[in-house]
Design a protein around this ligand. Structure first.
Ligand SMILES: C[S@@+](CC[C@H](N)C(=O)[O-])C[C@H]1O[C@@H](n2cnc3c(N)ncnc32)[C@H](O)[C@@H]1O
Ligand code: SF4
Ligand code: SF4
Length: 359
């Protein structure tokens, strides 16, 4: 894949905890109760110092705090961790991805002194943002953004478009300019997709904490807001027979091998990317099942072989999971013989719902 001394980018999930419950995020079951398989945990400054020694931080160009299951503003030591990275590498690009709706103004003022860019996920305006960003509060979000931007912080707005907020794209863009955001990006989510059935779905259920249906999220009506990859389903089914058949055939070109990037989870586990790591705890499958677990179970100490608090990050990257097991999973001819589903879906040739979000 790559060797550890070539890595230039780290995607860090500092915690699996969050103040929100977005319905397409695997941390909850459809926006309701917390994913029962998920360990709720966070990395403390001492863990970060162990996982990221000075020599490694100094070889990097970019660290971004994002993740699969949590929000970096919720972890206790995020500010101290950012300062640690900054002290070791003053040139480093340091970025945060957040819903923005936690912490006080002082914290946001302090964060502005250390990060290069903060990406706020804001999917609508005051009357709609909470429909996807469940549990967030608009007044807290606006207060935090103003404190961060007033303190000199560079801010970017990511806007996921749904049917319930497609009419607010232009007013939101105007608000972003008024507030002093540097940029505004529409995201056409690729998550109207069933991984279990390998089919596109045009709506998704949203559940309460008690597991009851509350409402549906729907795709936007305006075709210009539809994810162009999901819109290719019919053509691919016509050509290959089914989307699964296409995914089984497609050649895999690993995105993170090209960008020399590595993922560290809230448990300190080292994976190539968030897409393979998020196969550890999907709520809709039996615990410890699926193709990624099948690979993990081949390691001498299972999941612990990937724990960067027990072996060094560099040893893990230069070891069998990265160098043999994952790359072998790109070459297999069928899912039954070990082709990795997440790799075919994320890094195949003709269907790339992740990249298509930004087009
Ligand atoms: C699990 S979140 C972690 C970071 C942070 N909690 C946040 O939401 O920004 C990872 C990324 O997924 C994005 N995300 C959440 N729901 C999404 C969806 N339905 N489609 C595409 N991206 C989504 C978030 O905006 C964020 O950029
Ligand atoms: S804010 Fe981020 S981590 Fe939290 S529920 Fe939403 S997508 Fe998931
Ligand atoms: S999903 Fe697979 S192929 Fe794509 S970046 Fe991750 S490891 Fe590489």
């Amino acid at each position: 894949m790559y060797s550890s001394n070539q890595i230039t980018t780290v995607h860090l999930e500092i915690t699996t905890k969050c103040n929100a419950s977005c319905p397409m995020c695997l941390r909850t079951v459809l926006g309701g109760k917390i994913n029962p398989h998920l360990p709720l945990t966070e990395l403390k400054l001492a863990d970060i110092e162990t996982i990221f020694p000075a020599t490694f931080v100094q070889q990097l160009k970019r660290i971004y705090l994002c993740g699969n299951y949590g929000d970096p503003i919720v972890a206790t030591d995020t500010l101290e961790v950012l300062r640690y990275f900054r002290r070791l590498n003053p040139q480093l690009r340091l970025e945060l991805f957040t819903n923005g709706s936690a912490r006080n103004e002082q914290w946001w003022h302090d964060v502005a002194q250390v990060v290069t860019l903060c990406h706020f996920g804001i999917d609508g305006l005051e009357d709609t943002n909470h429909i996807y960003r469940r549990g967030t509060k608009w007044t807290i979000l606006m207060r935090n953004i103003q404190a961060y931007i007033a303190a000199g912080g560079a801010a970017h707005w990511d806007y996921l478009v749904f049917r319930h907020n497609e009419h607010q794209v232009e007013p939101a863009r105007e608000l972003s300019q008024k507030l002093g955001f540097r940029s505004f990006q529409l995201k056409k989510t690729g998550r109207f997709f069933s991984n279990q059935k390998a089919v596109v779905k045009d709506q998704q259920e949203v559940h309460s904490a008690e597991g009851e249906l509350e409402y549906f999220l729907e795709m936007p009506l305006d075709p210009k807001y539809l994810n162009p990859s999901l819109a290719r389903e019919e053509a691919l089914v016509h050509e290959y027979g089914s989307l699964r058949a296409y995914l089984e055939k497609t050649r895999v070109t690993c995105k993170v091998a090209a960008e020399k990037s590595v993922y560290v989870s809230g448990e300190g586990l080292v994976f190539p990317c968030c897409w393979t790591a998020n196969q550890l705890y999907p709520w809709y499958r039996e615990p410890e099942s699926g193709d990624i677990w099948a690979l993990v179970k081949q390691l001498p100490n299972g999941l612990r072989s990937l724990d960067a608090r027990q072996s060094s990050l560099c040893e893990i990257v230069d070891g069998p999971f990265f160098q043999k097991l994952i790359p072998a999973g790109w070459e297999r001819p069928t899912f039954a013989s070990g082709k990795i589903f997440a790799c075919a879906k994320t890094c195949g040739q003709e269907f790339d719902p992740f990249r298509a979000q930004f087009t």
